[in-house]
Design a protein around this ligand. Structure first.
Ligand SMILES: Cc1cc2nc3c(=O)[nH]c(=O)nc-3n(C[C@H](O)[C@H](O)[C@H](O)COP(=O)(O)O)c2cc1C
Length: 298
């Protein structure tokens, strides 16, 4: 998830049971140009075990070159390509979910990247641009031809954004059409029942996004202690923001406080005092303020 699945979040999710994590979306063009800001998005922590680089772009050759540069970093277990992001800034470039309207280009991208690297290559996509254009069957066909290792399917159409029906019936059909090509399922898994419903479609793995922001332990259907999780996350965030200093006018503490405000509330959502905390977030200016806020929930 863009701006969320940084090394601190990924370390926390792995520690809580996630078998694999992904970087946020990284622009292939920025990688090819060796933009320091873009390359920073490819930083990892040494304790990360199975992290995949998630890349986007519209040009097969540039994505292939970017994938080679990523492989050369030696930090990633695989390359995952984005063919599902609905954000206009991305689709206007012909990237993300725009690729579902240009399937020949999607095919060229997958082939070019698979050819360019030894690492396994996957991509994340959706059922189609909208319910009137269910292109998933063609996408599965292209995927099988291209030699990718798996397809991750967010079982919604682009027009749905991140809300509305998760089409488990279509996901099941996609799994059947994919035959021996593994399909990973994604969309609104928040607990054991929703995970089991998606697993029943035959998908090989489940991808969880938003639920992990509130509870990184969702991967094992456990709750975790929100105070412990928030404190651990805060320590990791400080470490990460210290690395970011070369690109930032902020001190690590300032950068951590700014970033952490958006995480803090999520950990305590639904608990007594959470709404009061939400109202006070802008009054938290230092790491000590953040730690004190966490302590009030103990
Ligand atoms: C803040 C945010 C950022 C996201 N960024 C990405 C991204 O960079 N790449 C991607 O493939 N999906 C991205 N997504 C979509 C999620 O990966 C996921 O497909 C979607 O939220 C549905 O899964 P969930 O119900 O488990 O959250 C993002 C979603 C959110 C809410």
């Amino acid at each position: 998830m863009a701006e969320f699945t940084t090394p601190p979040m990924r370390v926390l999710c792995e520690a809580c049971g996630a078998a694999r994590t992904y970087t946020e979306m990284v622009n292939a063009e920025g990688i090819c140009r060796a933009s320091p800001k873009t390359l920073f998005l490819l930083e990892t922590f040494p304790e990360e075990r199975n992290v995949w680089a998630h890349l986007y772009g519209p040009e097969p050759d540039r994505l292939a070159e970017a994938a080679q540069r990523v492989e050369a970093l030696g930090r990633f277990q695989g390359i995952d390509l984005n063919a599902g992001c609905p954000v206009p800034r991305i689709t206007a470039q012909g990237a993300g979910s725009a690729l579902l309207k240009d399937l020949p280009r999607l095919g060229k991208i997958l082939e070019a990247v698979v050819r360019a690297v030894r690492l396994p290559v996957t991509f994340k996509t959706r059922l189609g641009p909208h319910p009137g254009a269910p292109v998933w069957r063609e996408v599965i066909h292209i995927a099988r031809e291209s030699g990718v290792a798996a397809v991750s399917l967010h079982a919604r159409f682009t027009s749905q954004g991140h809300a509305g029906t998760v089409h488990l019936d279509l996901l099941r059909q996609a799994v059947e059409a994919a035959d021996d090509l593994p399909v990973f399922g994604n969309g609104s898994i928040v607990d054991r029942p929703s995970a089991e419903a998606m697993a029943a479609t035959g998908v090989r793995a489940l991808l969880i996004a938003r639920a992990a922001l509130e509870n990184p332990c969702v991967f094992t259907f456990s709750k975790g202690n929100p105070c412990d999780l928030a404190e651990r996350h805060l320590d990791l965030e400080l470490r990460y923001r210290a690395l970011a200093q070369a690109f930032s006018r902020l001190t690590p503490e300032e950068a951590t406080v700014l970033t952490f405000r958006k995480h803090l509330f999520r950990y305590f959502k639904g608990l007594p005092g959470a709404n009061a905390l939400r109202g006070r977030l802008m009054d938290l200016h230092t790491i000590a303020d953040l730690r004190a806020a966490i302590a009030t929930f103990r």
